[in-house]
Design a protein around this ligand. Structure first.
Ligand SMILES: Nc1ncnc2c1ncn2[C@@H]1O[C@H](COP(=O)(O)OP(=O)(O)OP(=O)(O)O)[C@@H](O)[C@H]1O
Length: 286
């Protein structure tokens, strides 16, 4: 578990990015921090691996105060995936993935072998191992970024808007990949996004933030939709516009789920089960 207790971060120029933040982040779940630009999401995430240190307050990982852990050691034990993949342009894909294990003292042969296995894990063809990042598509680069984040087999994976820069179709694929990986690997994932749809799709728990890292609401997506804490949340999640209201229509004997605008969102399975539309991402409306 990761715990924030009354954490404040004021930058040297006086900006208070986070003003008294407390939260428990359960192990082996996906917790999504979502909020508008400048709400302190990245700052909160970077305080977990000490890329940023708090001005006051405590952050613990499994009961250990992170301020007592040497920052480089801490950073090399936690996976970190960022928006523009952060790959080293002059290193081949396989070497990018193997970077941190090599720094941790793993032999070159073992690190490369593990990197190739991770390419399988994230759905990248091993034939791309010897390419440079610029020879990959944006979506493939992000997969390399995820593989690199997993390379030290961390318990914790921090993902900072990892799919913000890819097109919607690739983004959808990558989101499904995260869901699949999480089913297989069961990491403690902290995921930052400003996209509420992404948050509802990926999050076991969603934390909605206002500027200053102020928590407006925490809960499972279904709870937030059913009981928005206030008007801000109601607007943010689209509940007020009926955006997420789904209904079912019969089309040629199939039960089609449509959204409030009449756009098809999915097909119910033959049993008509409540979770049947989940694969379309329409589960947020259930
Ligand atoms: N190094 C810094 N020095 C001064 N102010 C900073 C610094 N880093 C971030 N801030 C400020 O702290 C606040 C929170 O920034 P942060 O990047 O954590 O927000 P965010 O929610 O991740 O935003 P975005 O979605 O745009 O990435 C903002 O007002 C930002 O300008």
């Amino acid at each position: 578990m990761i715990e924030f207790r009354d954490v404040v971060k004021q930058f040297p120029d006086g900006t208070v990015a986070v003003d008294g933040f407390s939260l428990q982040i359960p192990a082996r779940e996906v917790t999504v921090l979502v909020g508008s630009s400048g709400s302190g999401k990245t700052t909160l995430m970077r305080m977990i691996n000490r890329m940023v240190d708090p001005t006051s307050g405590v952050i613990e990982i499994d009961g250990q105060d992170v301020s007592t852990i040497e920052p480089v050691k801490l950073r090399r034990s936690i996976g970190y995936v960022m928006q523009n993949s952060g790959l080293l342009p002059h290193r081949r894909v396989v070497d990018n993935i193997a970077t941190v294990p090599l720094l941790n003292g793993v032999s070159k042969k073992d690190a490369r072998q593990r990197a190739l296995e991770l390419m399988d894990t994230v759905g990248l063809d091993r034939a791309m191992a010897e390419r440079y990042p610029s020879q990959l598509s944006g979506g493939q680069q992000q997969r390399v970024g995820v593989a690199r984040g997993l390379a030290v087999d961390p318990n914790i994976l921090l993902m900072d808007e990892p799919f913000g820069a890819v097109d919607p179709i690739v983004r959808d694929e990558l989101q499904q990949e995260v869901l699949r990986l999480q089913r297989e690997l069961g990491k403690t994932i902290v995921f930052v996004t400003h996209d509420i749809d992404e948050a509802f799709l990926l999050g076991d728990r969603v934390v909605i933030l206002e500027p200053g890292g102020k928590i407006v609401q925490v809960g499972e997506p279904e709870q937030i939709l059913a009981h928005p804490a206030n008007d801000f949340v109601r607007t943010f999640v689209g509940a007020d516009r009926g955006k997420r209201k789904l209904s079912v229509r019969d089309v040629d004997g199939k039960r089609i789920v449509v959204d409030a605008d009449g756009h098809p969102a999915g097909v119910l399975d033959e049993s008509g089960g409540a979770g049947a539309a989940a694969s379309t991402g329409a589960a947020a409306g259930s």
